[in-house]
Design a protein around this ligand. Structure first.
Ligand SMILES: *Cc1c(COP(=O)(O)O)cnc(C)c1O
Length: 420
């Protein structure tokens, strides 16, 4: 459920007509609904409320906007971060360092040092050498870093190959058959306080079975670690729950997920940690765009909009579907291709799609753009960096500016030896 609905024929975000935002801020622009963010955060947390000990860390990479993070922090979310930049964002948004989990397969020594300096709550170790490095850095500071080992359970999340992370050939985690030996060696290091294990098998997961299979494998592994004498007090179950991108798609309900987690983890006696990203923010955002031209095509017309693959990369990257709806639908329909202005054929949002009929100057949205949207934006084709707006009831604020090409040019330098 979201708060992007038609009122008097015009799509609103909560109580603000999207046409007003387009007039005042321009297009393209991402629009987030605070009420939707809060609702999704609450539904997710409620679904897991029966668990005794739990920790929620929003996966910042899905949407790192400071205002989005602030809303989620107020709901009780910590942060799952994958870079030094995301640590900076988590802390700038008011999330306590102790509530930050540092994931990622390529943390540099500089980033690890920074995380230790900042007192980050947990390191999710992806390979043995990383654990050794964290231990060395921590010892040099007279600290012990709280850490868990990310295990690759070798399950197929049955999602798009490019967002699948839990198969043995993926780059993430240590193979489950080697994890016991690696864990034992890491637990012996003086700078590490090893507390448990983590997994994350992929994103946009629609089938709970692979998640359940992964969790069950991790549960068995926890049993082996305990039998070997290790005190395990936390298991990080990652994120991955999918959202509907297309009208009619039915993803697993958070409540079903919560029941599955309760069933599989019964008796584990640990703090369960969750790292949801997409399921919290996906439907809380739309990309608002304006139709520039409708170009006759050989088979279907091309609706050329002012948003492009640099603003919303998912269709170009993963062939992702985003529902496209007119802000002022007339009831008429058309079959069209939807494309942006970027000079690449992959800058195409849809082919032969049945959509609201639109004409040049009309406003429309790409729905479910709150996750992996603005965060992946670039300035390719020297386009401005897309701005972001947050709506709260009948008010809104620009929460990230449109960064104009002039500002990017100002960050470039012509060396003296090119000035002649
Ligand atoms: C990306 C990621 C997540 C969030 O994934 P979603 O599918 O957005 O829920 C959680 N944990 C880790 C380690 C990740 O890399």
């Amino acid at each position: 459920m979201d708060h992007f609905t038609l009122k008097n024929g015009t799509m609103h975000a909560e109580d603000v007509p999207l046409s007003r935002i387009a007039d005042e801020v321009g297009t393209p622009v991402y629009v987030y609904s605070r009420a939707t963010l809060e609702r999704h955060a609450r539904v997710f947390m409620d679904a897991l409320s029966g668990l005794e000990r739990k920790h929620f860390a929003f996966a910042i990479k899905a949407n790192p906007n400071l205002s989005v993070l602030r809303v989620l922090a107020k709901c009780g979310f910590g942060a799952d971060v994958v870079s030094g930049g995301e640590i900076a964002r988590a802390l700038a948004s008011g999330i306590a360092p102790a509530d930050v989990v540092f994931s990622g397969v390529g943390k540099t020594r500089e980033e690890l040092q920074r995380a230790l300096d900042d007192g980050i709550g947990q390191f999710n170790i992806e390979l043995e050498d990383e654990g050794i490095a964290i231990s060395e850095l921590a010892v040099a500071m007279g600290k012990r870093a709280v850490a868990v080992l990310r295990v690759n359970p070798d399950v197929d999340a049955k999602t798009h190959a490019k967002i699948s992370t839990g198969k043995k050939e993926n780059k993430f985690g240590v193979p489950i058959d080697q994890a016991g030996a690696i864990y034992a060696r890491l637990a012996g290091l003086p700078g590490l306080d090893m507390r448990g294990v983590a997994l994350h098998i992929g994103s946009q997961v629609f089938d709970l079975d692979p998640l359940e299979a992964g969790y069950a494998r991790i549960g068995a592994f926890v049993g082996e670690l305990r039998a070997a004498g290790f005190a395990i007090d936390r298991v990080d179950l990652g994120g991955g729950l999918g959202v509907p991108y297309q009208r009619g798609q039915v993803p697993p309900e958070p409540a079903e997920y919560g029941q599955m987690v309760a069933r599989v983890t019964k008796g584990w006696d640990v703090t369960l940690m969750f790292e949801p990203g997409r399921v919290i923010v996906g439907n809380a955002g739309v990309l608002l765009t304006k139709v520039i031209w409708v170009k006759p095509g050989v088979i279907n017309p091309y609706v050329i909009v002012d948003a492009a693959m640099n603003d919303l990369a998912r269709p170009a990257l993963y062939d992702a579907w985003h529902d496209f709806e007119a802000v002022r639908p007339t009831g008429a329909r058309m079959i069209a291709n939807i494309a942006g202005p970027v000079c690449e054929s992959t800058d195409t949002f849809a082919m032969a799609r049945d959509i609201d009929a639109v004409k040049p100057g009309d406003l429309a949205v790409f729905r479910t753009a709150g996750a992996y949207g603005a965060t992946m934006a670039s300035t390719y084709n020297s386009r401005a960096l897309v701005p972001e707006v947050m709506v709260d009831g009948d008010r809104y604020a620009v929460v990230a500016d449109r960064v104009q090409p002039e500002a990017l040019i100002a960050a470039e330098r012509l060396p003296e030896w090119l000035l002649d």
